[in-house]
Design a protein around this ligand. Structure first.
Ligand code: HEM
Ligand SMILES: [Ca+2]
Length: 414
């Protein structure tokens, strides 16, 4: 009996130690804010992974599964959905690699504004003031790709797969194809598991998009505050910026750094002098660099230094006839790693956007920049976690949303 009692105590002690280690690990690795309240009030389960292998773990199961996100949500209703999406992205990427950055950015602009509910995809009509018309969204691309995949899905299982799920799954596939291209997929990721079951909004949020998407002139404190208000830690925020390893930016978003930084009439001292000279040839002086026509929205923009706020996202930035430059323009050293190369550039003052270079502006953000620059697998792992978190941010589930049949239109009211 005494022996059995001792055994029980030992077992209890072991369990307590194991639980403490687990909790400590969870806190250290993922900080706070990882639980996402969905709009039904339920908890979205979190998945963790250790090293480069995913360890699936349900931290908090929803009570009512029909009103929450879960794995393989379309298992019975549309079993081929994820395959159709994945194949479409791969096929399109083969002929048009720019689809990958377009969709990753589209996901960010959807999820950041009132959650991943496909609100950004809605066109304007009598009932909808489209987010597409908000100035940060004028240069978004990839809507045609989403529409094409959606019509394929509608042929196979009409009215089943939401546009919000389609967008997060398509963006994940975009991350995968990019990594295949960079030959880093085999090096461990970053595939990230995604739960599904998001519903689409019946409204769009143009004013909120205008106010709350940080402009390329945003200062570090503005950037961090805007991500923190959505539950993203500094580490997660810095890792998400790694998406700027690929894709393009228009000259208009950084030209004031070349010619008239903060109204000084001089270039931004935080821009690499050699890169500066090259960029000047790619983006010749234009009127907008000296006296911007843009009149940005209020909100975040109004908290910028006056001279910077004048030329944030311009009202017509997407329509101006201005050059497109690779965000990784003139990458020297042949370092082809997605992520790593972006952070190395920041260390050499080669971030194209002022907001990118801001990540070198505090001890804590600089620490993560340096960590990601030197450790590709750490970056891949953190990026995957943060993308997963972004993709489940503030989702609509159950009866709170709808499943649109055309992603640019809300369902007609009965
Ligand atoms: C403060 C935060 C951010 C700002 C100010 C910002 C700003 C910008 C700007 C100005 C562009 C160029 C757009 C153009 O000229 O067409 C751009 C491109 C892009 N952004 Fe961001 N961004 C931010 C965060 C993010 C995040 C968190 C992601 C994804 C996780 C992201 C993904 C991308 C991608 C992939 C592109 C390239 C798009 C393409 O080539 O089509 N950005 N961003
Ligand atoms: Ca949204």
């Amino acid at each position: 009996m005494r022996y059995l009692g001792g055994y029980k105590i030992a077992l209890l002690t072991c369990s307590v130690i194991a639980l403490s280690i687990y909790i400590a690990f969870y806190r250290i690795e993922f900080g706070n804010g990882n639980f996402q309240e969905n709009r039904t009030g339920g908890k979205v389960s979190e998945k963790l992974f250790i090293g480069d292998d995913f360890m699936f773990m349900s931290i908090a199961e929803d009570i009512d599964r029909s009103h929450s996100l879960h794995y393989d949500y379309y298992r019975d209703s549309c079993p081929s959905a994820e395959k159709i999406i994945a194949k479409s992205i791969r096929d399109i990427y083969d002929v048009k690699p720019s689809v990958a950055p377009s969709l990753i950015r589209l996901l960010f602009h959807d999820c950041f504004i009132e959650g991943c509910d496909a609100s950004v995809l809605l066109d304007a009509d009598e009932a909808v003031t489209s987010e597409k018309e908000a100035s940060p969204n004028l240069s978004l691309k990839g809507f045609d790709v989403i529409d094409a995949i959606k019509s394929e899905l509608e042929n196979v299982c009409p009215g089943v797969v939401s546009c919000a799920d389609l967008l997060v799954l398509a963006a994940r596939e975009a991350v995968i194809v990019v990594h295949l291209a960079f030959l880093t997929l085999l090096a461990g990721g970053p595939f990230y598991p995604l739960e599904t079951g998001r519903k689409d909004s019946a409204v769009a949020f143009k004013e909120i998009a205008q106010d709350q998407l940080p402009p390329p002139q945003a200062t570090l404190s503005v950037i961090l505050a805007s991500f923190a208000s959505r539950g993203f830690s500094v580490r997660e925020t810095v890792s998400l910026f790694g998406a700027h390893s690929i894709g393009v930016t228009h000259c208009t978003f950084f030209e004031s750094r070349l010619y008239n930084f903060s109204g000084t009439g001089k270039p931004d001292p935080d821009l690499n002098p050699r890169l500066l000279e090259e960029l000047k040839t790619k983006c010749p002086f234009s009127v907008s660099a000296s006296s911007p026509s843009a009149s940005p929205g209020a909100g975040l923009v109004s908290s910028l230094p006056a001279s910077d706020s004048e030329n944030s996202y311009g009202e017509s930035s997407g329509n101006r006839n201005d050059g497109e430059i690779d965000l990784s323009y003139n990458n020297e050293g042949g370092d082809e790693n997605f992520g790593t190369r972006y952070y190395k550039r920041l260390m050499e003052k080669k971030g194209l956007l002022f907001s990118d270079q801001q990540l070198m502006g505090s001890e804590e953000t600089e620490l993560w920049v340096r960590a990601y620059a030197s450790d590709p697998s750490l970056f891949r792992r953190d990026f995957a976690m943060s993308m997963m978190k972004l993709s489940s941010y503030h989702v609509l589930t159950g009866p709170l949303g709808q499943v649109r049949t055309t992603c640019s239109k809300v369902l007609p009211r009965n």
